[in-house]
Ligand binder design. Structure first.
Ligand code: NAD
Length: 471
């Protein structure tokens, strides 16, 4: 039996064929599903109009985090004297920064395509459309699956009447391609994308103003985290206006003119529009085949099943957190179900969140406000200041670990602010995910000196036995 037969694939001469699973979209959700399905012995067609890896790898998480690392290097050079090292930051060479960033993306892309091909997945290059309940058509060829997985991802939204021309008004994808550091930038939206780019550009020397309609930066985070980020941004010279809704944007010869509610204006060389991402579901035949959509998102149950039997949806097109790691988990969940396993649904409430600005903001579980909404007065919080943490002092970073627990009960939420604290979120996630009580965590040692220790100290303190903290 040849490999194709063994995998149950029946190719027909025009390239179309029948598969166990047809995945529409090879971003984080789609490729994870394809990889796991193939690992479980299913035949898989993975349809992609652009590059395997999708937004996260090519124009999202990976390139922005490379920019943020270059920004950290610039900050280290600029601030070197506080460590007794005399370095001078001469300039930011965007060609060099882009070469570094693109190199990271390209190596990961090469690795991923190798992995996809080593698992025997058929990658179909082109724009797919659902033309039957289980059929995806690509350039006239049909790919039928016993199951179909919709994973078409998301796009950068703009405001009505605001067109991202790629020159003066940019989406985050376009901002990744800048060949020079702008002198001044207005960032529309103080959510995750807005503050990450604001952070990069400030480190690179630009004048940055963030305009956010809600009362805080990263408004979905615990208010204490938002306020700490705002303090840090203020110190870094990043300007921001909160409770400020942008109404119109005009491209001028010199740059952009942004008008906010009430009539005040802001001028800059460039405007980044970061007001959220919308689902890519229009014109793909989903509704026509009976897939229920709500405001453009695909409605699913907790097992990612859509309203059409055998059709699943994963990633940013499913309402909820638009995060690559949620997409991976949903993709794996779907593949395992199709293969007849009985995996646990993805627990949305314990998905970790990290904003990679300087300082970083990371969290998992409930904010204090959410916990109080659910449990009233039965909520206790503890904030451990990074001032008491040796490694954070060494790094010269400020911030905190904040724990939110149910009184005499488990830790419901962990909130972190400070340089590099995103790396601590794994332990926090286990604590919240396993409903651990601070007393369960307290006996576990944390290596000294690490920033991780701050998590340990916070739990010790909440368990009533603080070590390096005032009781
Ligand atoms: P977002 O929803 O996080 O933030 C958009 C912000 O724009 C909101 O705070 C909103 O109040 C504000 N806004 C909307 N209209 C406005 C107006 N007219 N005037 C002023 N402010 C306005 O969206 P985003 O930052 O664009 O990110 C999109 C998605 O991508 C998010 O779901 C995010 O989680 C994800 N993402 C995650 C990461 C990460 O995990 N590190 C990084 C980038 C993007």
């Amino acid at each position: 039996m040849d490999a194709d037969m063994r995998q149950g694939r029946l190719d027909v001469p025009d390239g179309s064929g029948e598969f166990d699973v047809v995945v529409l979209g090879a971003g984080s959700g789609g490729y994870a599903c394809a990889l796991r399905a193939a690992q479980l012995g299913l035949s898989v067609a993975l349809v992609e109009k652009d590059k395997v890896g999708g937004t996260c790898l090519h124009v999202g998480c990976i390139p922005t985090k490379a920019l943020l690392h270059a920004a950290e290097v610039a900050d280290s050079a600029r601030g070197s004297e506080q460590f007794g090292v005399r370095a001078t930051l001469e300039s930011i060479d965007m060609a060099g920064v882009n070469a570094y960033k693109d190199g990271v993306v390209s190596r990961l892309h090469q690795g991923l395509t190798g992995l996809v091909s080593s698992r025997g997945i058929t990658v179909v290059q082109g724009t797919g459309r659902l033309t039957g309940p289980r059929t995806v058509e690509v350039d006239g060829a049909s790919y039928s699956g016993r199951s179909v997985v919709l994973a078409s991802g998301s796009f950068s939204r703009t405001l009505p009447g605001v067109e991202a021309d790629g020159t003066r008004v940019l989406t985050s994808e376009q901002a990744l391609g800048l060949t020079e550091v702008p002198r001044s930038v207005v960032v529309l939206g103080g959510g995750v994308i807005g503050v990450e780019f604001a952070s990069v550009w400030r480190s690179f020397g630009a004048e940055v103003t963030v305009l956010e309609a809600l009362p805080h930066l990263v408004p979905s985070e615990d208010e204490q985290s938002s306020k700490a980020l705002e303090r840090a941004f203020r110190k870094r010279g990043i300007r921001f206006h909160l409770g400020t809704r942008v109404e119109s944007v005009e491209a001028t010869d010199a740059g952009v003119l942004v008008t906010v509610e009430g009539g005040a204006t802001h001028e800059a060389d460039l405007l980044l529009v970061a007001v959220g991402r919308g689902p890519v579901t229009d014109g793909l035949g989903y509704a026509e085949q009976g897939v229920t959509l709500e405001r453009g998102f695909v409605v699913t149950d907790e097992r990612c099943r859509t309203s059409v039997e055998g059709v699943y949806a994963v990633g940013d097109i499913v309402p909820g957190l638009q995060l690559a790691h949620r997409g991976f988990a949903q993709g794996v969940l779907v593949a395992e179900q199709i293969a007849g396993l009985d995996p646990r649904p993805v627990e949305e409430s314990t998905i970790p969140r990290v904003t990679y600005s300087e300082p970083e903001v990371a969290s998992v579980g409930l904010t204090e406000a959410q916990a109080r909404e659910r449990h009233g007065d039965e909520v206790e919080t503890l904030t451990y200041d990074l001032a008491g943490n040796g490694k954070s002092q060494i790094l010269r970073t400020q911030g905190f670990v904040k724990l939110v627990r149910r009184t005499d009960g488990p830790v419901l939420g962990v909130h972190l602010v400070g340089s590099r604290v995103g790396e601590l979120i794994g332990e926090a996630q286990l604590i919240v995910g396993w409903d651990a009580h601070p007393e369960d965590v307290a006996p576990f040692l944390h290596a000294h000196p690490t920033q991780d220790e701050a998590l340990g100290e916070a739990h010790l303190a909440l368990a009533g036995k603080p070590l390096h903290a005032h009781s």
